[in-house]
Design a protein around this ligand. Structure first.
Ligand SMILES: Nc1ncnc2c1ncn2[C@@H]1O[C@H](COP(=O)(O)OP(=O)(O)OP(=O)(O)O)[C@@H](O)[C@H]1O
Length: 577
């Protein structure tokens, strides 16, 4: 997964990669050249007392070192830029993909893991690519070059590598093998911490009100501890790597000195050559250490790459067919025929063969007990998910044959839990129609019975709204969400229990004010309160996902027992008639 992902996302940076390659090559060649020069200074300069040669070769060494430094700095700079750009591109790709997800994919993956994957996992891949970009060429060239140079200095001494190298590779390999499953576990546990934290931050008021801080702290503590345990286990293994490499490296140098001593004594080797050999030996082992760094990061980055690729490879369930042509849904005829819907993984459908008609200029109300499927029904009309059976049509088009954005353009949805975005009241109201004038915004606020409270704010339409709309009350948020839908002037209004936070008189005033603006639109209202819907042109009664009655209030009072029961639980017999 990691290699294809890197291949795909590094493709646009081919030129930079080539530059890094050349710079690394220059740096490595320079590094390999230096010990040889040093040996010459000792053996030909110092031993033979040739000061001129020492100066000359010293100068060359200085120049080569300078080249090495410049190449290293430049390679790290370009490499870091590419790695950062890769991180940015991965995050952008993830964000773009998540934006296409329908409710189904969101439910399957879940917000916490999507956040971890876009941040922590991307960071892992980014870190590994940085390491690769700074060491990828250096390590193998240094290893091979170092080996060649060591052989040139002394073939017998190079036999040492036959023992040292396999020992190093095998011991590191064993450690890495144990690290891989731990990293997978670690990412999963970060998801869990994120999930618990998210839930607790969002539910902080409820937690306090129910005095559950202790239990919640414990729950978080447990998730935290589980992550710590696996991180410590992985860290323990990781911390063994460096000492192993250092141990092997130092032992090798000692061995080389010991062996070299004999060979110098027998006249087979010169002092300078031994110094150079030791340098090359260290270089070879250093390159193994560099590779170790990469091997250390590789398993974690690979797990992360798998998690990123899973998101990128998840196909949205609400999509336009290949042959979909753009359409404008202007009139707002909604027809559900035998619409059935099951949530993924659920045993039974939530909606069973629902037939529903909503016409422009009319108000269609949906009423039913809690959990009867009202919100799900609204989601089907808004194409937040597709029906698993039957059809949902707008203006005679089966929604599955349309581009989702064409459907959404026709819909003014006021969800059960209204959501506002950070910005101002004006920016939120213009969400569906950016070119709306201030006058139109005020008009929409008036209809939504929100004008007064906005006027009372010194900054009026420019009043700041914090993330999620947390600095306005629930009722105000609901009214602003209604105003936002009104500004959009859609062909179909979907009010999902949007009037529940309003008192009776405000609810009535709002419905009267809405009438002229929705005169040409289909209005679908979900409500628990009978007074909100009793004058609707058509009332659809849902019971456990089935339509058990359709008609006007008087018709249903006569014909539908479920409706009668709901009405009589809220109104007296006289009020209801
Ligand atoms: N994301 C989901 N995954 C699985 N089941 C779900 C999901 N959302 C809702 N349900 C189930 O579907 C059924 C209908 O839910 P829905 O929200 O449509 O009901 P509702 O009539 O709008 O309820 P309420 O009046 O309480 O808002 C419920 O039994 C609920 O448990």
């Amino acid at each position: 997964m990691l290699v294809p992902l890197l291949g795909r996302f590094l493709e646009p940076y081919r030129t930079s990669l080539l530059v890094v390659l050349v710079l690394q090559l220059a740096q490595t060649v320079a590094s390999l050249y230096l010990p040889g020069l040093n040996a010459d200074i000792i053996d030909r300069g110092v031993v033979e007392g040739d000061t001129g040669l020492i100066w000359r070769l010293g100068g060359v060494m200085l120049a080569v070192t300078l080249l090495q430094v410049v190449a290293t700095v430049a390679a790290v700079y370009v490499g870091a830029r590419v790695a950062m750009a890769l991180g940015r591109d991965l995050r952008a790709a993830l964000f773009d993909r998540v934006e296409t997800f329908a409710a189904r994919e969101m439910a399957e993956l879940g917000a916490p893991t999507l956040i971890t994957r876009s941040t922590v996992d991307v960071q892992q891949v980014q870190l590994l690519s940085f390491m690769l970009l700074t060491m990828f060429v250096t390590a193998p060239i240094m290893a091979v070059g170092g080996l060649a140079m060591a052989l040139r200095e002394d073939v017998t001494m190079s036999g040492l590598l036959v023992v040292v190298l396999p020992a190093l590779v095998v011991s590191i390999g064993l450690v890495i093998r144990q690290m891989r499953p731990l990293f997978r576990l670690m990412q999963g546990r970060i998801d869990r911490i994120n999930g618990v934290m998210r839930e607790q931050i969002m539910g902080i008021r409820v937690i306090r009100a129910f005095v559950k801080e202790g239990e919640e702290t414990e729950r978080f503590g447990q998730a935290n501890q589980e992550y710590r345990d696996v991180a410590v286990a992985a860290g323990r293994l990781q911390s063994m790597m460096y000492p192993i490499v250092m141990l092997v490296m130092n032992l090798s140098v000692v061995l080389a000195t010991w062996l070299g001593g004999y060979r110098i004594g027998s006249g087979d080797l010169q002092i300078g050559q031994l110094t150079a050999f030791q340098n090359y030996l260290v270089m070879i082992l250093m390159s193994v250490m560099m590779a170790t760094f990469i091997f250390m990061l590789w398993p974690r980055a690979e797990v992360s790459a798998e998690r990123i690729s899973e998101v990128l490879g998840t196909e949205p369930s609400v999509v336009a067919p290949d042959d979909a042509v753009p359409v404008t849904l202007g009139s707002g005829h909604v027809d559900l025929r035998g619409a059935t819907f099951s949530y993924p993984g659920a045993e039974h459908p939530v909606l069973h063969e629902v037939d529903l008609v909503a016409r422009p200029g009319e108000t269609t109300a949906i009423i039913g007990s809690t959990g009867s499927g009202k919100t799900t029904l609204v989601g089907l009309v808004a194409r937040l998910f597709d029906a698993t059976g039957g059809t949902v049509e707008i203006d005679g088009h089966d929604l599955r044959a349309l581009r989702p954005e064409d459907v959404w353009a026709a819909i003014g949805l006021v969800p059960q839990k209204p959501m506002l975005f950070s910005g101002t009241i004006a920016s939120n109201l213009r969400y569906g129609r950016p070119d709306a004038t201030d006058e139109e915004l005020w008009r929409a606020l008036e209809i939504a019975q929100a004008r007064d409270f906005v006027e009372q704010r010194p900054e009026g339409l420019e009043t700041p709204i914090s993330q999620g709309g947390s600095n306005v009350s629930g009722g105000q948020r609901q009214r602003l969400a209604i105003a936002r839908a009104v500004v959009k002037q859609p062909a179909i209004y979907l009010f999902d229990d949007s009037f529940s936070a309003l008192d009776f008189s405000t609810d009535a005033a709002l419905r009267v004010a809405l009438r002229p603006v929705t005169a040409d639109a289909a209005v679908i209202v979900v409500a628990q309160r009978v007074s909100t819907i009793r004058y609707a042109d058509r009332i659809v009664v849902l019971d456990q996902g089935r339509v058990v009655g359709t008609g006007t209030h008087p018709e249903l009072m006569d014909s539908c027992t479920v409706y009668r029961e709901i009405v009589l639980s809220q109104l007296t017999e006289e009020e209801a008639s």
